[in-house]
Design a protein around this ligand. Structure first.
Ligand code: USQ
Length: 419
């Protein structure tokens, strides 16, 4: 099966390419490397040193014997998207190429608008190019559990049966997102659903929880590492808590810390995406899968990290800064996730095992973390229309204490630099 991964250079995109290559899939990728630039914009970098994209392709070829067919470009350009689909004719498309940070979308009006314009335009371009060149392909679209918000009832997988004024129907479950980024995913879902209806396309909209982890089984040497973000804008809760423990900074569940979300290990997110590919809809269909392992409050995760860091002889503390987001700090949360287990999903790793692995891995990159320590707290508040002046000015390039492993293909490539 030939699979196109959009956003192949990202935190999920890269390990998913490795996951598929190790199983004999034909992998095509595209990326515009904008995440690398945007992480720099907030004065940060990946905790793990990642090489240029050509050096990644080379490392993957050495590990799995096949070469990724890579197209550098932007989903914002329709001709580019259409050309890639026309030339490659993939059987499936895994769409991961979106601006993925809620805090980034909340920085100011420009970041809000660019998030929504880019995410919606990219998805619409893909849908039109699919209709034109690969109408039988299966689209696996990365959505987010955050589309649903935290309603005071159970959360179904996309649709629910409702009776209202004596009549019944099966309707999309109401969405109530918590950032401009999360709303862009809601609007995307509507567009994908509509395209499936009018053009008889096949799509799985994956409502993904928060991912955590530094590695997957296919990452067998340092040249295959995926990126790992930890700054306030690009890092996510559990990954950041582990970094805070390594840096002996207080672990920061925001506000009361009872906010509860679905979480999933990186390795199991890869398993889930593959299961979606291996079990496509039989015919034209728009379907929704909730993709997470278990729901945890941020307090519970902070406590786990503290306990496991103590095993390593560290003494991290937990602090509760005021919540910079506008979100319920105590709420009901019972999302359903039956589709993935029905298609063979089994959790592979226990939470504690993965946290131990993250802490061990991050310890190796402590000097890289220290060099960008200021980016752990940046102060983007949902309550401000303009957070720009609160952000760090771009940190001048420091000498990388842990450069990416050799060999790299281009003498000019630097860690976190685009290909
Ligand atoms: N949080 C803390 N302390 C921190 C960072 C976050 O308490 O230092 C809290 C947030 O307030 C929030 C929760 O942790 O209640 C999750 O925040 P997050 O930054 O880990 O995740 P989020 O912004 O929701 O977004 C991330 C990814 C996004 C993905 C989403 C899945 O960046 O791409 O779509 O997780 S979900 O959360 O299910 O919507």
């Amino acid at each position: 099966m030939k699979v196109l991964i959009t956003g192949i250079d990202g935190y999920s995109g890269w390990p998913f390419a490795l996951h598929l290559m190790s199983r004999g899939y034909d992998v095509v990728g595209l990326d515009n490397f904008v995440t690398r630039k945007r992480v720099k914009e907030v004065g940060s970098w990946s905790a793990t040193p990642i090489g240029s994209f050509p050096s990644r392709i080379k490392a993957a070829k050495e590990a799995f014997g096949t070469e990724i067919s890579f197209h550098k470009g932007d989903l914002g350009k329709y001709e580019f998207v259409a050309n890639v689909l026309q030339r490659e004719r993939p059987d499936a498309i895994v769409h991961l190429a979106e601006q993925r940070s809620a805090p980034y979308s909340m920085i100011d009006v420009h970041h809000a608008v660019s998030t929504q314009v880019e995410n919606l335009t990219g998805t619409l371009h893909l849908l039109y190019a699919m209709k034109e060149h690969t109408p039988g392909a299966h689209l696996v679209k990365m959505g987010t559990m955050g589309e649903y918000g935290t309603p005071n009832v159970d959360i179904p997988e996309g649709f629910f049966e409702i009776e209202y004024r004596g009549r019944k129907d099966r309707l999309p479950f109401p969405r109530s997102a918590g950032s401009w980024y999360h709303w862009s995913k809601v609007f995307d879902s509507g567009d994908v659903m509509f395209a499936c209806k009018i053009w008889s396309l096949k799509a799985t909209d994956v409502m993904q929880g928060v991912i955590y982890g530094t590695r997957t089984p296919e990452i067998t040497n340092p040249r295959l590492l995926t990126r790992f973000d930890f700054d306030e804008v690009w890092g996510t809760a559990l990954n950041r808590f582990c970094v805070q423990a390594v840096l002996r900074m207080p672990i920061t569940p925001y506000g009361e810390g009872h906010q509860t979300r679905g979480f999933i290990a990186l390795e199991d997110s890869m398993q889930s995406l593959r299961l979606a590919l291996e079990n496509p809809p039989a015919g034209p269909e728009y379907r929704v899968w909730n993709q997470f392992d278990a729901a945890y409050s941020v307090n519970a995760l902070a406590e786990e990290v503290r306990a496991l860091a103590e095993e390593l002889g560290w003494q991290p503390t937990i602090e509760h800064p005021p919540d910079p987001r506008v979100e319920a700090e105590r709420h009901y949360y019972t999302p359903i996730h039956e589709e993935l287990p029905r298609h063979g999903y089994r959790r592979t790793r226990e939470l504690r095992e993965v946290i131990r692995e993250i802490l061990r891995d991050l310890k190796k990159y402590e000097r890289r973390l220290l060099a960008r320590k200021e980016a752990v707290h940046l102060g983007v508040s949902w309550r401000n229309a303009d957070n720009k002046e609160r952000l760090l000015p771009s940190v001048p390039a420091a000498v990388d204490p842990t450069p990416p492993p050799t060999p790299t293909v281009s003498p000019s490539s630097t860690p976190d630099s685009p290909a």
